[in-house]
Write a protein that binds this ligand. Structure first.
Ligand SMILES: [Zn+2]
Length: 159
């Protein structure tokens, strides 16, 4: 906190909490900046705690201001961009379109399914209690099928 100690004025308040507010000019922007810290935390810092441990509630640029008088807010954001791009480019596997290249295991599964006659089909009704989705698949090869329409004759019961 070299800059705060030598180049800032400070005010001290006792209520509702004992705090110090350091005010000074940001060297690289020329703007006035105030940074408020709690008195017990300032004491911790004076006793040798790291500044990020003493004042975890301050932003890195605020801590930098206390130390050196500089605030590189934009530079900080550039160094720590929000990494949205990566998740955006990762498609959900269920949303993959047919033009995506299948993996080897997917190809082997497709061959299995092509050779299977799908004689043992199992229908799983939607179970809200356990959140099991409605499902219709072959017990032999595991291929998923569209949910079959209910048999209308059976529903009417007048066959
Ligand atoms: Zn099958």
């Amino acid at each position: 906190m070299n800059y705060a100690d030598n180049n800032c004025t400070y005010t001290e308040e006792y209520e509702p909490e004992h705090i110090y507010t350091f005010t000074g000019t940001v060297i690289n922007t020329g703007k006035e900046q105030s940074v408020t810290v709690k008195a017990p935390d300032l004491f911790k810092y004076r006793q040798g705690a790291y500044i990020q441990d003493a004042f975890p509630y301050l932003s890195p640029p605020e801590r930098e201001f206390l130390l050196s008088g500089h605030m590189f807010i934009n530079e900080y954001e550039e160094k720590h961009p929000i990494k949205e791009e990566r998740t955006y480019n990762m498609p959900d596997i269920h949303d993959m379109t047919s033009d995506a290249y299948p993996s080897v295991s997917e190809v082997l599964e497709m061959i299995d399914q092509a050779n299977c006659e799908h004689k043992d089909m199992e229908y799983q009704a939607y179970e809200p209690d356990t959140n099991v989705p409605e499902d219709y698949h072959c017990l032999d090869c595991g291929k998923q099928f569209d949910i079959p329409e209910p048999d209308e004759d059976e529903l009417r019961g007048d066959r």
